[in-house]
Design a protein around this ligand. Structure first.
Ligand code: ADP
Length: 350
């Protein structure tokens, strides 16, 4: 059992609240990502789970055990940071073995455990190399092997892909996800990269200014954001402000210019709302169509697979649309109508 529970866990520095009291329950085998802009409190939460930062209040439980006052080395966790901190003069094997030998593990056990960890990250053939003879992705895997060699209950990853370029990062992300799933090790990842968070996580914890904004699956956080911050931090959001009311049981938002937007579902929103519509859900209609909002093309950027349109509605709201269709003239200055299915309009309380 290696669940992680945070109960009212918070951190203050003097008058400044780095992390407001936070409750979170992470189940065995989950990969939960702490996602937010720089300074939102992600690393502080990870560091409190690790035992490197003492909380100002609250409790950390790992596998049901209260570890709030237990030193890091006795929490049975593996950690990987952005700077891999490998010893440059040691081989890959020795870098991993070192961690075991300083903890007094017997020599014959060390060799067996290092070999196993290297197999897990598929670096078996490179044990004799030095870090400088490895690619960035391989170095990252050595750092991961060094964390896994302890067979930790919990894996904590702080921007582990931060030093890799984009293509390599995608490959390493995929490997990490497969390995984490195979090992079933409960994992907490810190990143400010929303694509990374969406592609890797079973759940996201979205943070802003030390406050949890939403805890949800990536799909739910993208489709059903709880507020403007989450909507704009995860992906691109078009936002239409207005007043939500029920018209014969159909949630309908009246925008400032009098036009109406129908929503498929309204959750618990009521009154003043921002309606989110994602760029890929916006369809274009000719200007003389009866349906949709009037919008003028401001800029049109051809991207190969799709075209990114910057538009402005008759009411002056900026809109971004990702469209595939090429039938309509979308040159700047053209007026058309934009339309979306009701299920793709999601109202959030303002
Ligand atoms: P993130 O990981 O999301 O970038 P951090 O958890 O590192 O954010 O920091 C959260 C906030 O706490 C930041 O405003 C940071 O400046 C502040 N902070 C972190 N460590 C300290 C410290 N030792 N003393 C004072 N403020 C700190």
């Amino acid at each position: 059992m290696s669940t992680i529970e945070l109960v009212g866990l918070g951190k203050r520095y003097g008058d400044f609240t780095a992390v407001a009291p936070t409750d979170l329950h992470i189940a065995q085998g989950e990969l939960v990502t702490l996602l937010g802009p720089s300074g939102s409190g992600k690393s502080t939460i990870l560091s409190m789970i690790a035992g490197l930062t003492a909380p100002s209040e609250g409790t950390v439980r790992i596998g049901g055990r209260d570890v709030t006052h237990v030193p890091p080395a006795q929490r049975n966790l593996g950690m990987v940071f952005q700077s891999y901190a490998l010893f440059p003069h040691m081989t890959v094997f020795d870098n991993i073995a070192f961690a075991l030998s300083i903890r007094g593990v017997a020599k014959r056990d060390i060799a067996r455990r290092v070999d196993k960890a290297l197999e897990q990250v598929r670096l078996g053939g490179l044990a004799r190399r030095r870090p400088s003879e490895l690619s960035g992705g391989q170095q990252q895997r050595v750092a991961l092997a060094r964390a896994l060699v302890f067979e930790p209950e919990i894996l904590l990853l702080d921007e582990p892909m931060g030093a890799l370029d984009k293509n390599l990062r995608e490959q390493v992300q995929l490997e990490l996800r497969q390995l984490q799933r195979d090992l079933g090790v409960t994992t907490v990842l810190v990143t400010h990269d929303q694509e990374e968070a969406l592609s890797l996580s079973t759940r996201l914890v979205v943070l802003d200014k030390g406050q949890v904004q939403q805890v949800d699956s990536p799909m739910q956080a993208y489709r059903r954001p709880r507020n403007r911050f989450v909507a704009q931090f995860i992906g691109t959001a078009n936002l239409f402000s207005g007043e939500l009311s029920q018209r014969s049981g159909v949630p309908t938002v009246r925008l400032a210019d009098g036009t109406e937007v129908v929503c498929g579902d309204a959750g618990d929103a009521a009154g003043a709302v921002d309606v989110v519509v994602r760029p890929e859900h916006i369809e274009l209609l000719p200007h003389d169509a009866g349906d949709g909002l009037q919008a003028e093309v401001v800029e049109s950027v051809y991207l190969g697979q799709s075209t990114k349109l910057h538009l402005r509605t008759g009411g002056g709201v900026p809109v971004i649309a990702m469209v595939q269709q090429r039938q309509l003239d979308v040159s700047p200055g053209r007026w058309l109508r934009i339309h979306w299915r009701a299920e793709h309009a999601w109202p959030m309380p303002q």
